[in-house]
Design a protein around this ligand. Structure first.
Ligand code: FAD
Length: 451
């Protein structure tokens, strides 16, 4: 516990990162106010403030563990509400390095509840605790204070006649997501520009919900076709609650999946194996595909900008947003909250908490930018190029090629991808370096893998 109470904490945004931050901070604050521009309904449903809520969401093993540590039993509550759990690669047809991954390789669990269900279960649980109030249908439009000390926010209730009002805070936490306007509010306060790490591949997404009387063959619970430099198309087919299948297709810059059902299904023909297209052709679409294009990896260096500022902290996608194709954002929000909880227990300085929160997403940043750097058309200051990166990329390509047929390499790679181990473990885990450099690629059968 910090020696003194945090007083009044105002959390901007009531999405996953905002709810988790509110939960952690409530233990240390007199009261927490969450300001949310949407009015989330009584049940799980997509909402305008979270445009990604119509897209497939996977909660990785690290996210499951972090959530369970913060809110014991929450992953089980998500399952009890219908959110499926799958083991990867045991339950899923994963295509990587030009072949199917052996399903007998060691597995780890993921949860595949829809984003609205996941957030709904989380909201109910967090708001059932004491000390947290939500101001819904209320938009944050600015900060108060100065660059040395942020003292509150400017709010406006949604509606035509609404006037801006001030809300004083001892600590303001920005959790307004990928489209956070904090850089502008900070500049209006006289804070100057915030440094930004950026890597953009132009990947375009489309997701459509399907129903089917039949699961994919071979008792496969879903598909994950991983985009790579030589094969830049991606596909995710996973069950969600309510006997629905979430199907996401993605392509590099200039190759967006179409937003009509026939074109969407047809796009799946281009995938490197015909199994997902065959299954999709027998399933029924529920509604139209939803597109999404803001897939850049973007990390704002609030740890540097706020070094000498009190009263302001940034978490979740507002701090680090990742190319969603790697399925990391929810898990990083949970890891951010664990890091904040631990930092609050150690020290009373906000700038230290900010550094700890940023560090908790550093592994995910290395994974996403490392995988995106060799993609065609990748650009931005965080692009990893140069002789050292060239050697590392060649090594990682050798690792990736061995994932399908080598259980040791597969387990090590999967643990990095699922944020359970740091990226450096691909060099230090016993056997991985030797196998990647000296062992031949073990081919797996060309047909859909059996368990
Ligand atoms: C297409 C896509 C697919 C994804 N798939 C996955 C996946 O498979 N697995 C995974 O782990 N992650 C995935 N993510 C990332 C994941 O959605 C986010 O990382 C996660 O939701 C945490 O986000 P957040 O809470 O920081 O922001 P958000 O979820 O965006 O929430 C921000 C909240 O702030 C509110 N808000 C915004 N501005 C204001 C304002 N001015 N005033 C008041 N309120 C405001 C919004 O209404 C919203 O409620 C995906 C993202 C995208 C875009």
């Amino acid at each position: 516990m910090p020696a003194q109470s945090l007083g009044h904490v105002v959390v901007l945004g009531g999405g996953v990162a905002g709810l988790l931050a509110a939960h952690v901070l409530a233990r240390h604050a007199e009261r927490v106010t969450v300001v949310e521009r949407d009015h989330p309904g009584a049940g799980p449903a997509p909402r305008p403030g979270v445009p990604q809520s119509r897209h497939t969401h996977v909660l990785l093993t690290s996210g499951i563990d972090a959530l369970d540590a913060l809110l014991p039993g929450l992953p089980d509550e998500v399952r009890a509400a219908g959110g499926p759990r799958l083991d990867i690669p045991g339950d899923v047809g994963v295509w990587q390095g030009g072949q199917w991954v052996n399903r007998r390789n060691p597995s780890r669990p993921v949860l595949t509840a829809s984003r609205p269900l996941f957030e709904h279960v989380l909201r109910e649980r967090v708001l059932s605790g004491p000390g947290i109030e939500v101001l819904a249908s209320t938009e944050v439009v600015g900060l108060t204070g100065d660059p040395g000390a942020v003292t509150g926010v400017v709010l406006r209730e949604r509606g035509e006649q609404a006037r801006p009002t001030g809300l004083a805070a001892d600590l303001v936490v920005d959790a307004t997501g990928r489209s956070s306007r904090l850089p502008r509010w900070w500049a209006e306060l006289g804070g100057g520009a915030v440094e930004e790490d950026l890597l953009e591949t132009g990947r375009a997404y489309a997701t459509c919900v399907f129903e089917s009387d039949d699961a994919p063959p071979q008792d496969i619970g879903g598909f994950y076709l991983v985009p790579e430099a030589g094969q830049p198309l991606g596909a995710i087919v996973l069950p969600a609650e309510g006997d629905r299948w979430m199907v996401t297709l993605s392509g590099p810059r200039g190759q967006a999946p179409p937003a009509d059902v026939a074109g969407f299904v047809d796009f799946a023909r281009l995938l490197p194996h015909d199994a997902p297209h065959k299954w999709l052709s027998t399933a029924r679409a529920v509604g139209r595909p939803s597109g999404y294009r803001h897939t850049a990896n973007r990390r704002r260096r609030w740890d540097r900008a706020l070094r000498r500022t009190t009263g302001l902290l940034v978490v979740g996608d507002a701090l680090s947003a990742f190319n969603p194709v790697y399925g990391q954002g929810l898990s990083v929000s949970a890891l951010n909250a664990v890091a904040l909880r631990d930092a609050l227990d150690r020290s009373g300085e906000v700038s230290r908490w900010q550094r700890a929160v940023l560090r908790s997403g550093a592994g995910a940043w290395v994974v996403a930018t490392g995988a995106d750097s060799p993609m065609p058309g990748a650009e931005g200051g965080a692009l990893r190029s140069g002789p050292v990166e060239g050697v590392l990329n060649r090594y990682l390509a050798r690792v990736r090629d061995r994932v399908p047929g080598d259980p040791v390499v597969c387990a090590a790679f999967r643990d990095v991808l699922f944020l359970l181990a740091p990226p450096t473990s691909l060099l230090t885990t016993p056997g991985v370096l030797r196998r990647a450099l000296l062992s031949p690629v073990v081919p797996t059968p060309p047909d859909l893998p059996t368990r």
